[in-house]
Design a protein around this ligand. Structure first.
Ligand SMILES: [Zn+2]
Length: 449
């Protein structure tokens, strides 16, 4: 089985947005100045809201019921990453909405991604199509991104939207169907007061983010280099924007051994489970909290019966790393471990390993441009009475992909919420309007640069 490679060929390419070239010298000066006293800048001051922006925000103040209604409707449509029908249904809802706002819609084909697996456990991934909505205009070019999929498959017990006061519950309410609604309503607000028409905006909605954007990565990277600013509508957690993120990798490996009777012919067998166990220990030992590199063997399976020496066993691995080289080094260690045989003294060729590795999210490293975007957002938040904190995260988003190819990206602009990827997922209802207001003003100001 092929070993899919890992490194984006674009990862060292830094794009300076066209419209920023004029301001770049002053921007770098400002960033250096702010960096010097606070680690990262937080003291940007933005001019107060003008009449048009007040119009945007007061229209949005009247939209909470509509936003909630839409969020309830789309949360109740299951869109687990592998549920193509549900993902397609969501894609068509958002395509219709964006078409009504003047966007041209195109479909970006999904694909089948093949992975090694034991006989009978098919891990191939069939990814639904993605949506690209675009409209041309003047000013800076904005790329807005969101994912249609969730981690909850159709047979998950967690399927329904519900609400108690200012808290809502449901699969994807904050990761990130709430964010999709925030994004759409920010655009609707701009459309409402006639200021959307002249803006150059693309919206990319992918269907496989929760599986690591294995199919949509190429589209995200292609679009990133065509735009000036990247906005991702992942949840803003407890009112916190994310500045830097670890890189992420994943691997699957399958050990093939030799079946035999556990009583009658034990010595003739080659246990895939025994070999897998040795490999797991080596792989888990790559974790180093000092350097920030962590490895998690999250799923293992294999074997056929208690009294059969296991002919096949497999494992699924998660990797996190702060710096690009650490990811490359970890993959090299994986390969060495996959390639060695630990459980039997002589390698007779009766134990073999298939593997697949992918560094699917580069580390997101802050740049002066992304700090500028972060601080502008915080400053606009203050104008609106929203106090937004800043933190780093061990989790990756599509913003890591676009930032790595040079698009300054802020990736936590969606609704507030906690408990993602669990049946405790919840969101703050009032954050829908808050974040839509924040984004409407942010989009307006960014587009004008
Ligand atoms: Zn998400």
């Amino acid at each position: 089985m092929s070993l899919l490679s890992s490194n984006s060929p674009h990862s060292t390419f830094l794009k300076i947005p066209k419209t920023m070239k004029l301001h770049r010298a002053s921007l770098l000066f400002l960033s250096t100045f702010l960096f010097s006293f606070s680690g990262h800048a937080q003291n940007t001051v933005e001019p107060s809201l003008n009449a048009e922006e007040r119009e945007l925000t007061s229209w949005l103040d009247s939209q909470e019921d509509n936003m909630l209604e839409m969020l309830e409707r789309i949360t109740n449509i299951n869109s687990g990453s592998l549920n193509k029908q549900g993902v397609n249904e969501l894609a068509s809802i958002f395509s219709d909405e964006l078409r009504q706002l003047g966007f041209a819609i195109s479909t970006l084909p999904g694909e089948v991604i093949e992975m090694p697996s034991c006989p009978g456990s098919d891990y191939n991934v069939d990814v639904a199509d993605h949506v690209l909505a675009s409209k041309s205009g003047s000013g800076s070019k904005l790329l807005m991104m969101g994912h249609l999929d969730t981690v909850f498959p159709p047979d998950s017990p967690f399927q329904e939207f519900s609400r108690e006061g200012d808290t809502m519950y449901g699969p994807g309410v904050s990761d990130m169907k709430g964010g999709l609604v925030v994004m759409l309503y920010a655009l609707k607000a701009l459309n409402e007061n006639g200021s959307l028409q002249d803006k150059s905006i693309s919206v990319l909605l992918n269907s496989d983010e929760e599986m690591g954007s294995l199919s949509s990565r190429k589209y995200l990277e292609e679009q990133a280099v065509l735009h000036d600013w990247g906005l991702v509508y992942e949840s803003s957690g407890n009112n916190r924007l994310t500045r830097e993120r670890k890189g992420l990798g994943q691997a699957r490996f399958v050990v093939h051994g030799k079946a035999s009777h556990a009583g009658g012919a034990h010595e003739q067998g080659r246990s895939a489970i025994k070999e897998l166990a040795y490999k797991i220990v080596q792989i888990e030992n790559i974790t180093d909290y000092e350097t920030g590199v962590t490895v998690n063997v999250g799923v293992v399976s294999g074997g056929e019966a208690r009294n059969t020496i296991a002919p096949c066993a497999e494992a699924l691995i998660d990797l996190r790393y702060p710096e690009a080289q650490q990811g490359v080094d970890a993959v090299a260690q994986f390969e060495e471990i996959f390639g060695n045989v630990y459980s039997y003294p002589v390698d007779s060729g009766e134990l073999t390993t298939e593997s697949w590795t992918n560094l699917h999210r580069p580390a997101k490293i802050a740049t002066p441009e992304s700090d500028y975007l972060l601080n502008k957002t915080i400053a606009i938040g203050r104008l609106l009475g929203q106090e937004l904190g800043v933190g780093d995260s061990g989790g990756g988003t599509d913003g890591s992909l676009t930032q790595a190819v040079g698009l300054p990206t802020l990736d936590s602009l969606g609704s507030a919420g906690t408990g993602a990827h669990s049946n405790r997922e919840q969101g703050r209802v009032s954050s829908l309007v808050e974040r839509a207001k924040l984004n409407a003003v942010l989009i307006r100001r960014l587009a004008a640069e």
